[in-house]
Write a protein that binds this ligand. Structure first.
Ligand code: ADP
Ligand code: MG
Length: 245
């Protein structure tokens, strides 16, 4: 399984009074969008918070680039090239795009990266994403979708190979969704693996390579998107019997 970016094996996690995940499996290949779907409360965010070091697992194995890893915090996951863009964005509104992208970064060789270099590097990142923004713009002046682009820029600037997007389109307009999908295509071509959490199935058709359904904390099925239909996915999500045609 040398060509997997990441593998989650038999992951379980409980919170007081709820088994959020019950022996769930999930994996990610380079250059693919793997959609993770399920109804509200099915455990999608919890699984991805485990992969990104936000929560620790109770049971199971996490393998990244062929090595078993234990993440005690998000920084440890980031060091292994994993970045999560949460549903609630985490930017500082009063800082510029460039400042946000470099926020919390270690000083480079004992020196703080100078402001001009930050701005230049940010310009390059935005160009790579084909986003037309001035790096010195304050984040508070951006639309939600542009803020999301900044989060993606931040992920790329940390050299993240695995990018997790948790319900990224919930606050976007149709036009903004289109922009986001273009960026996802660029990321795929660059060999990034993208985990795309959503419960809006209509949008998967244009981006998903594979889809995994979880229900009540259990892994139901993983399929190639081309081999399934929205209707089948919904039935797996809600747990009604599937009558094969
Ligand atoms: P999804 O993202 O699929 O909507 P979640 O992973 O957020 O689902 O939640 C799965 C289950 O775990 C839910 O029952 C939720 O209430 C519970 N849960 C998630 N996070 C916490 C937490 N920090 N504390 C307690 N319960 C939680
Ligand atoms: Mg969630």
């Amino acid at each position: 399984m040398g060509d997997l970016l990441a593998e989650l094996i038999d992951i379980s996690k409980s919170f007081p009074g709820v088994k959020a995940l019950d022996h769930v499996n999930f994996d990610l290949k380079p250059g693919e969008v793997h959609a993770l779907v399920g109804e509200n409360g099915s455990g999608k965010s919890t699984l991805m918070k485990i992969l990104s070091g936000v929560y620790t697992k109770d049971e199971g194995k996490i393998i990244v680039n062929g090595q078993e890893v234990e993440f005690q915090n998000p920084r440890a996951a980031q060091d292994m090239g994993i970045c999560i863009i949460h549903q609630e964005l985490n930017l500082c509104r009063h800082l510029s795009i460039a400042e946000n992208i470099y926020l919390g970064r270690e000083p480079y060789q004992g020196l703080f990266v100078n402001q001009r270099k930050q701005i230049e590097d940010t310009r390059k990142i935005l160009k790579r994403l084909d986003v037309d923004l001035d790096p010195t713009t304050r984040v508070s002046e951006l639309t939600v979708s542009k803020q999301q682009m900044v989060e993606i820029g931040k992920a790329i600037s940390t050299n993240a190979k695995i990018i997790i997007m948790d319900e990224p389109t919930s606050a976007l307009t149709i036009k903004e969704i289109d922009e986001l999908f273009k960026i996802i295509h660029v990321l795929k071509q660059e060999g990034h693996g993208i985990i795309y959490i959503s419960h809006r199935l209509d949008e998967l058709a244009s981006i998903a390579d594979r889809v995994t359904v979880i229900r009540d904390g259990q892994h139901i099925i993983t399929m190639d998107y081309k081999d399934t239909t929205q209707e089948k996915i919904i039935r797996y999500m809600v747990g009604r019997e599937l009558k094969e045609k």
